[in-house]
Every structure is written in C-alpha cells, then in structure tokens.
Design a protein around this ligand. Structure first.
Ligand SMILES: Cc1cc2nc3c(=O)[nH]c(=O)nc-3n(C[C@H](O)[C@H](O)[C@H](O)COP(=O)(O)OP(=O)(O)OC[C@H]3O[C@@H](n4cnc5c(N)ncnc54)[C@H](O)[C@@H]3O)c2cc1C
Length: 387
C-alpha cells in the first residue's frame, strides 16, 4: 500500500501534527481525567481519513505505507495515547480483512471501515488466555449455515462502540477468526458487554469484557471463507506484526512527549541560581532520553519498511516493540524525576505519560513474549544462513 507519495505523506503527517497541537493537547488532560470518550476528536479523525489509513484507495481508504502509518500513530500518541488506541484495533481488523478476507468481505466491509462509519475491535484475549493463545476456550459450533458462539473474551478495546469484531474462537478445526458484525452498544444479539475494565491509564476509550451466549453468526463470517476455517491464529499472528509496530510507534510518541515536556521544564525551572538543565545530572538524563527516543524511531522505521516490503518482520517488529516500550517507560519515569515534586501532580502531563507507558510493555504480546519471538526468529535465521 503506497498510494500517497512521500511528499504528500510528509505533508499529511505535518498537518496531523498541527492538529494534535491545536485540538488534542489542550483537551487531553481534561478528557483523560474524566475518562470521557473524545467524540469530537474521533469525528475529526474520521474527516482526516485516519480510519482508512491502511485501507487501499480502491475501498475508499488512504492506503498509506506502514512507515507513514507509524508516524501517524506517533503523532496521535504524542498528543494522547488513547487516540492511537481508538485507531489500532480498527486497523488490525481492517488489515486482517484486506489480507485474508473473501472478495465479498472486502467489498462489503472495507468501504465503511475506511470512512470510520463502522469501527472495529480485535478480540483474541480471554480471562485465561493472553500470552498463551493455545488456551482459547471461546467456542464456535457449526449449525447448518451458521455458527453458535459461546464464551468470554477479555480486554476488548473499543468493544462496545465497535460495529465489527475480529473474533478468535475455537472450532473443530482449530482457532478460526470470525468477522462478527454487531450493533454498537452494550448488547447485540447474544453478545453483551459484561464488564468495563478500570485501568491505570489509557483512559477515555473502553476496554471491556464481552460475553457470547448462543450468539449466532452466518458461516460467511469466517475470515477467508470456508478455506479460512482453522487458520485464525495463523492470520492473526501475521497481522500482530503490524500491531507491534503500531505499539512501538505509540511508545515513541509517548516517550517523545515526555522528553519534550522535560526539555521545557529543565530550561525553565531554576535551582541554586541556574536552570536545572545546567546541572550535569539533569543534562545527562536528557541526553540519554533523547538517544533512546532516536534509537526507538530508527527501529520503528526499520520494522515498518521490512513489513511494507512483505518480508517476514517478526524479529524487527519484536525488537522495535521491546525497545521502544521499555524506552517509553524509562523516559516517562525520568521525566517525572526531572519535574521533581511537580511531576507527581496532575498539573503537568508527565504523570499521564507515566501511567500510559506501561501498557506498551504488555499490549500486543508482553515484552517477555517479544524476547521469545526475537530469540526464536534469530535461531531460525541463523539456521537458514548456515544451510
Ligand atoms: C489495556 C489493555 C488493552 C488490551 N486490549 C486488547 C484488545 O483489544 N484485544 C485483545 O485481544 N487483547 C487485548 N489486551 C490483552 C493483552 O494482549 C494481554 O494482556 C497480553 O497479551 C498478556 O496476556 P495476559 O494479561 O493474560 O498475561 P499472561 O499471559 O497471564 O502473562 C502474565 C505474565 O507472565 C509472563 N509470561 C507468560 N507466558 C510466558 C512464557 N512462556 N515465558 C515467560 N514469561 C511468560 C508474561 O510476560 C507476563 O509477565 C489488552 C490488555 C490491556 C491491559
């Protein structure tokens, strides 16, 4: 997907950057404190075409390349990480449909997804199945032309507002990915939002537990049609590479915001007659923070470019996600130290970065799992190179 040329992509990102400064930064703290969904910002994100960012033009999307998409995510997260979260599950679902969907699924769903008219959630995790996807228990049993779904899914970000859910459920043939269409809201057929999960950060958008009780879906909802039955995990793990690049880009945005806040503060705050940036202990912190932010950016771009070329990018996406998320956590903590006591108050945004950053070490596969993915990939590539 490379339908925006480089200059246009650059202008697009810079327009978004201005929008974030003008519209997001002034209200993010208020919305986050109230844990309120930013309807007006989502409307503007729709107008920008962001929900169709990775959907090709033939379905009404912008079709931007992965690097540009990463820059979009970085800018959103710079303003407020939750905005990137509103987009992320939608993009994963759109990617699954575009890569593996039948013609009918693509024609029918992608145009409405591109405009953001119908937004999507991604539902893999369960109460007892997070890292261990083999433990998935949600079941879809074939009954004539339909499947009957029963089970509980956990951590469904955007689950309530979604009109489409990419759902992983167990079938006789293994895990299958279903594209479930539903009404936005707390109930739809046999689907109900059984719990709103209270979170440390990542506020303003819902992360919910969803229960399926004898919920019937047509067999045409199997991603990829009849040949997609049992291939759900294969499809999902492939698109999680994009999800991981996305989380890395989000971490980069939060880290950059924490660094900028610290640069500002360190030049304004004076102790012992000089701005604190003139104390070497503070200047060195900033030097380390800036170096790691830059290294995160390069890892994100390298993984994005590899994914874009269609190469296997599991190792690169894992490295970008691992490094950028650990950096975000470290930079957010250092930002708080630089702000002294004020960093611990809600007067400054660094406390939000400090609460938002840890999600990135967990989401789209914890960093322990990333290390396993990276190590496994290294061994496979090593063996390949030797043979
Ligand atoms: C705010 C939020 C939003 C989320 N949104 C979504 C969403 O939209 N859709 C979705 O499907 N999921 C979502 N998730 C779920 C997320 O992907 C999982 O939480 C994550 O994969 C970890 O699973 P778990 O919480 O069950 O932890 P567990 O798998 O129980 O892991 C617990 C600990 O054990 C470690 N561990 C587990 N297995 C191993 C191993 N083999 N070796 C070494 N260490 C191991 C883990 O790294 C972790 O430290 C979300 C989570 C959060 C917190």
């Amino acid at each position: 997907m490379t339908e925006l040329d480089e200059d246009v992509a650059g202008q697009f990102v810079s327009t978004l950057q201005d929008w974030v400064k003008r519209e997001v930064l002034p209200c993010a703290a208020e919305y986050e404190k109230a844990d309120r969904y930013p309807e007006h910002l989502v409307r503007q994100m729709k107008d920008f075409g962001l929900f169709g960012a990775r959907i090709p033009a033939e379905y009404g999307g912008l079709g931007v390349d992965v690097r540009t998409y990463s820059r979009i995510i970085e800018e959103l997260a710079y303003g407020w990480m939750s905005l990137a979260g509103i987009l992320n599950t939608h993009t994963i679902a759109a990617t699954l449909i575009h890569r593996h969907g039948t013609d009918d699924q693509k024609q029918r769903l992608l145009p409405d997804m591109a405009t953001g008219e119908r937004r999507a959630a991604f539902s893999l995790s369960e109460p007892d199945a997070g890292s261990d996807t083999r433990a998935i228990r949600c079941q879809a049993v074939r009954d004539g032309d339909e499947y009957v779904v029963n089970g509980t899914k956990m951590w469904v970000t955007n689950g309530e507002r979604a009109a489409i859910v990419a759902l992983a459920a167990r079938t006789d043939e293994g895990v299958t990915c279903f594209i479930v269409e539903k009404e936005p809201g707390t109930t739809s057929g046999g689907i109900s939002v059984s719990r709103h999960i209270e979170k440390l950060g990542y506020k303003g958008l819902e992360t919910v537990e969803m229960s399926y009780v004898d919920h019937r879906i047509p067999s045409s909802a199997v991603l990829g049609g009849p040949s997609g039955v049992g291939k759900g995990l294969h499809y999902i793990l492939g698109s999680l590479e994009l999800g991981r690049i996305n989380v890395a880009a989000r971490a980069l945005g939060v880290a950059r915001a924490a660094l900028d806040a610290s640069m500002n503060y360190a030049q304004e705050r004076e102790t012992f007659g000089v701005p604190i940036i003139e104390h070497q202990a503070i200047a060195f912190k900033l030097a380390d923070m800036a170096t790691k932010v830059e290294a995160s950016r390069l890892l994100v771009y390298s993984a994005a470019d590899k994914f874009e070329r269609g190469d296997r990018a599991d190792v690169e996406a894992g490295m970008a996600k691992l490094f950028a998320s650990e950096t975000a956590l470290e930079v957010a903590t250092e930002a708080m130290r630089i702000h002294g006591g004020y960093g611990y108050t809600t007067d400054f945004p660094v406390e939000r970065y400090y609460r938002d950053a840890p999600l990135m070490i967990i989401g789209e596969g914890t960093n322990e799992i990333q290390r396993m993915v990276i190590a496994r990939g290294l061994v496979a590539r090593w063996k390949e190179a030797q043979s």
